[in-house]
Design a protein around this ligand. Structure first.
Ligand SMILES: NC(=O)c1ccc[n+]([C@@H]2O[C@H](COP(=O)([O-])OP(=O)(O)OC[C@H]3O[C@@H](n4cnc5c(N)ncnc54)[C@H](O)[C@@H]3O)[C@@H](O)[C@H]2O)c1
Length: 644
């Protein structure tokens, strides 16, 4: 991808020439697909005359997920085999397709059991060679224009283009480019269509989105391999888990354990919390049953693995206790010490705390080596990241076992070292303080939300505070403000007396949980909270606004993003996180940082560190949150970047 247009042409045409040769062999060709045939692997299958697939295999063209389109004839052969609409769906969604779907859509000719795959493929080959299967017409079909008439084609193109553009959004150009390629090449021969494919592929391969998405793919493989290495070192088998607390997080953690096959004790001091935890689990399971993703029997079995309890009975047999009680260091300290006394010597104890130092919590424990942080994100079943936090006394065995358990729960664990806020919240809150300062400076929070959502965040900061819970967020403030006084004590030049977010909290505006935060919430027909604007929040904030100056979109992006980026650089430099790859995947998987930007370090590389530092210097009057590290300045001066 880093070469010239000619390099890309040479690379792609060598593949295309080979595939075209397969397609013009003087004898029929049948491919037997026995595993994952994705991207180029599936494109070689498409060059063959017939495809026989094992019922266990999966096929697909996931290139648009990397910001490109198939480049070895996928956009040419797929629509000619399965029709325009199906091919658009396959290519623009980039999914892995199971055998039944592949057969239904015409991507393969037969699906058979894995043990007879070879025999069936050979049988098909013999039938084609003997003339019972017409392979010549199949070849002609793949090399000729599409057979739709002009009106049908025009209608398909229109509908697909609009649908795909709406779904992909403006930040992901590849899916829309794929529709354009399919449309433009629909009345062309194979060879002309391949040229159209090449032109689009080459252009897309040079976009920042492609660099970011390919980088994400490589980073994802990297964090997977690091986690696997940790997990392999685990000598502690986890067969039974306990969730301490049945609130938003404890309930979610219990559900995730149960659905992955672990019997789990869910302990709370409050009967209502236990009932709510069970009913939330029930709702999630009912949804899976409704969507045909689980049988009612299996759903019942999952639910029966959760044992709600007001007592510790049975905890002596648990292998891992995941504490998720209220975010209060004193209460957590008492609860952790109490539960430790009831556990087997080698049982593991972890805390789901959002910000409280693991070392501080370990102070109350007799076996701090068996203790670390295991920070899930909300909602637990949907968010992939688990931060595993190493305290200074945590043993490597404990860390390995916790990483292994996170993997067993289907999560993506990333190990970080203990510090206030750990990695994800440590970088989120400086941005929240940046947001607060914008509001004090008269920015409209709705505008900030609009701008940051257009920039790619799934939700703007005001809406995010409402979703997280304004009380939850405000309870995290002290850990961060007191944890990093060298930067946090001079926020707004030391004049950070009024945090609008805190003001909302003090006025019982807690966000979605009580229906009123930055926005007002009412349940829609499906019971989901729907936001609307509430003018009274403006009246509440107004007395604290310094001057009402509209901020430009560029100002808003810079004032929100710079503190987050600089804090992440501190984390890397201090060794809280080992690599830019792990840091970037943490913010993508934990915070929903826009994937098409590839992560914070990737974004800074894309901007250029020299430009980033200049941009930060323009906001220096807002405090040290906006001061790049010495190392960042050095890297900027030397033309260095975080990724080679
Ligand atoms: N809400 C989030 O988005 C989020 C995300 C990540 C981490 N966390 C962290 O997870 C923890 C729990 O947060 P939450 O949002 O689930 O809170 P929550 O208020 O929804 O639930 C806390 C539960 O703990 C129970 N509890 C209190 N004392 C207890 C005790 N002694 N024994 C057993 N149960 C007890 C309460 O009855 C309540 O059900 C906190 O440390 C929080 O910082 C929260």
């Amino acid at each position: 991808f880093n070469g010239t247009d000619d390099d890309r042409r040479a690379f792609l045409s060598s593949g295309n020439q080979a595939f075209n040769k397969i397609e013009s062999m003087p004898f029929p060709t049948v491919v037997a697909i026995n595993g994952f045939a994705l991207g180029g692997g599936f494109e070689v299958c498409l060059a063959c005359d017939f495809r026989v697939m094992s019922s266990k295999a999966q096929v697909g063209v996931p290139e648009t997920k990397l910001g490109i389109i198939p480049g070895w004839g996928g956009t040419v052969r797929l629509p000619r085999l399965m029709g325009f609409d199906n091919a658009v769906r396959w290519i623009t969604t980039g999914g892995h397709n199971k055998a039944a779907a592949a057969l239904r859509d015409g991507a393969v000719d037969a699906v058979v059991n894995p043990d007879v795959l070879r025999d069936e493929a050979l049988d098909m080959l013999v039938r084609a060679a003997e003339g019972q299967l017409d392979y010549s017409s199949r070849r002609e079909q793949k090399q000729s224009p599409l057979t739709l008439n002009e009106i049908e084609l025009e209608m398909s193109i229109h509908t697909c283009r609009d649908m795909v553009a709406a779904k992909a959004g403006p930040n992901y150009p590849a899916p829309v480019a794929a529709v354009e390629v399919l449309a433009k090449a629909s009345n062309m021969s194979r060879d002309d269509a391949l040229e159209v494919e090449f032109q689009a592929f080459s252009k897309l391969s040079q976009t920042p989105q492609c660099r970011a998405l390919v980088g994400m793919f490589l980073n994802d493989q990297y964090i997977g391999s690091v986690a696997k290495k940790y997990g392999k070192k685990s000598t502690k088998a986890v067969n039974h888990a306990t969730a301490l607390g049945a609130g938003i997080m404890g309930g979610g953690i219990a559900y995730q354990n149960a659905i992955k096959g672990f019997p789990v004790l869910m302990k709370d001091i409050n009967t209502d919390s236990l009932a709510l935890g069970m009913s939330e689990a029930n709702k999630l399971l009912a949804k899976r049953v409704d969507r045909g993703r689980m049988s009612p029997l299996d759903a019942g079995n999952v639910l029966s693995r959760i044992m709600p309890s007001l007592s510790y009975d049975g905890i002596e047999n648990t292998d891992i206790v995941i504490e998720a009680v209220v975010e209060n260091a004193k209460i957590k300290g008492i609860v952790l010490a109490e539960v430790e006394g009831k556990l087997a010597e080698d049982a593991i104890l972890v805390s789901n705390t959002s910000t409280i130092s693991i070392d501080q919590l370990a102070d109350n424990l007799k076996r701090p080596e068996n203790f670390c942080g295991m920070h899930f994100f909300n909602p637990v079943h949907a968010m992939p990241l688990v931060e595993v936090i190493r305290g200074s006394k945590t043993s490597e065995g404990t860390l390995a076992a916790v990483v292994a358990h996170a993997l067993a729960l289907g999560k993506k664990p990333i190990v970080v070292n203990d510090c206030p806020g750990f990695l994800v919240n440590r970088v989120l809150f400086p941005a929240v303080f940046g947001f607060d300062m914008m509001i004090i400076d008269g920015a409209d929070f709705q505008q900030v939300d609009r701008v940051m959502e257009a920039w790619g965040w799934p939700m703007g900061p005001a809406y995010l505070m409402d979703v997280v819970g304004i009380d939850t967020a405000v309870h995290c403030f002290p850990s961060i403000l007191e944890g990093y006084p060298e930067r946090m004590s001079d926020i707004y030049g030391g004049d950070y007396k009024v945090s609008p977010t805190k003001l909302l909290f003090e006025n019982d505006r807690l966000g979605q949980k009580n229906g009123v935060g930055y926005y007002l919430y009412e349940k829609d027909k499906r019971g989901k909270p729907k936001k609307s604007v509430d003018d009274s929040v403006y009246a509440l904030i107004k007395p604290h606004v310094r001057e009402s100056q509209p901020l430009s979109d560029e100002d808003i992006i810079a004032r929100f993003m710079i503190p987050m980026c600089i804090e992440l650089a501190h984390c890397l430099e201090e060794g809280v996180v080992d690599s830019p790859a792990e840091a970037d995947m943490s913010v993508v998987y934990g915070l929903g940082f826009p994937a098409f930007r590839g992560g914070i370090f990737r974004w800074m590389d894309e901007v250029g560190l020299d430009k980033f530092c200049d941009m930060a210097d323009n906001y220096s009057e807002l405090g040290k949150l906006y001061k790049p590290t010495q190392r960042m300045y050095e890297m900027a001066a030397n033309g260095e970047s975080y990724y080679a």
